[in-house]
Write a protein of this length. Sequence first.
Length: 89
Amino acid sequence: MCHGADIKGTGPLANKSDPPTPDLTTPAFKKRLNEYPGVIVSSVILRPNGDLIPRTLRENGVKLSPFTWKVQDFRDLNQYMSGVISKSR
């Protein structure tokens, strides 16, 4: 919804969050991911403005079912996104 299928910040809600959704394919982001392997997970959990992602979805009519994250969920998310980002051009 936000990053888009191309993970370049082109999804339908990309410009509706504050700050806008970043392009995860840039050399700068890939370098950051290399230097800080947990950057994806930390950006999800440690956002200074709290629940940016769920709030942006809710405010734009996306229904979210209640979900409690487990440590393995964060590990899976990090592994998946790291793989997707490293393959992007």
